[in-house]
Design a protein around this ligand. Structure first.
Ligand code: HEC
Length: 172
C-alpha cells in the first residue's frame, strides 16, 4: 500500500510519476543495499550504529505512515456495504410459480437466472425500488434499460412485481 500512496502525491505523480515509480523507491532500496557500507563502525549495539539504525527507523516510519495514510482515506464501511456478496443460500427463488415464468420470459435475459444481474444489467436483488417503481420500470425502462420489456396483462405484471418483491424480502 505504501508504494501506491506515494503515487497519490503531486510531486510523485502525473508528469513526475517517474519520481514516484523509480526515483524514490530506488533511493530507498538503494540505501538498504548501501547500509552496510555507509555505516562501517565495529560496534554491534544499535546506539553504536546510528546511521544504519536511523535509516531503518526512517524506512519503517515511512512505510507505516504511507500505508496508514492510504487506508485511512477510504470509507471501508461504505465500500464493504456496496460490495456485500449475496450468499446464494440466503436467496429463496420459487422457480415453479407463475411469477418466475413471467420473469423468465421478460427479464431473465438481462437480469440473470437468479436475479443476480448480468454483464449488462444490475441485480434485482437488493434493489431500492418499491413495487410501484418496479412495475413502472418494467414498462417504461430506466436509464440504459429500454422501455416495453414487459409484455403481458396487468395481472401478470402484478405477479411479476410480487415475485421480485418477495425474492427481495427473502434475501434480507
Ligand atoms: C435488455 C436488457 C433488460 C431487460 C430485458 C430488462 N432489463 Fe431491467 N435493467 C436493465 C438495465 C441495463 C438496467 C440498469 C439501468 C440503469 O440504471 O441505467 C436495468 C435496471 C432495472 C431495474 C432497476 C434496478 C436498480 O435497483 O437500479 C429494475 C427494477 C429492472 N431493471 C426491472 C426489470 C424487469 C421487471 C424486467 C422484465 C420485465 C427487466 N428489468 C428487463 C436491462 C434490462
Amino acid at each position: 500500500m505504501f508504494l501506491y500512496q506515494l503515487l497519490k502525491y503531486e510531486f510523485a505523480s502525473g508528469t513526475f510519476s517517474l519520481i514516484g515509480i523509480i526515483v524514490l523507491p530506488g533511493l530507498a532500496f538503494g540505501a538498504l543495499l548501501l547500509a552496510p557500507f555507509l555505516d562501517q563502525g565495529p560496534g554491534r549495539r544499535p546506539h553504536q550504529r546510528p546511521v544504519a539504525v536511523g535509516m531503518m527507523l526512517l524506512g519503517l516510519a515511512a512505510v507505516m505512515w504511507l500505508t496508514y495514510e492510504s487506508s485511512s482515506h477510504v470509507d471501508w464501511e461504505t465500500r464493504a456495504e456496496a460490495n456485500k456478496p449475496i450468499p446464494p443460500s440466503a436467496i429463496e427463488i420459487d422457480k415453479e410459480g407463475p411469477g418466475y415464468a413471467i420473469y423468465e420470459g421478460n427479464c431473465m435475459s438481462c437480469h440473470g437466472e437468479d436475479l443476480t444481474g448480468g454483464p449488462a444489467a444490475p441485480a434485482l436483488i437488493g434493489t431500492e425500488h418499491s413495487a410501484e417503481e418496479i412495475a413502472k420500470i418494467a414498462q417504461e425502462g430506466i436509464g440504459s434499460m429500454p422501455p416495453d420489456q414487459f409484455q403481458g396483462t396487468d395481472e401478470e405484471l402484478k405477479q411479476l412485481v410480487d415475485f421480485i418483491v418477495s425474492v427481495n424480502e427473502g434475501a434480507e
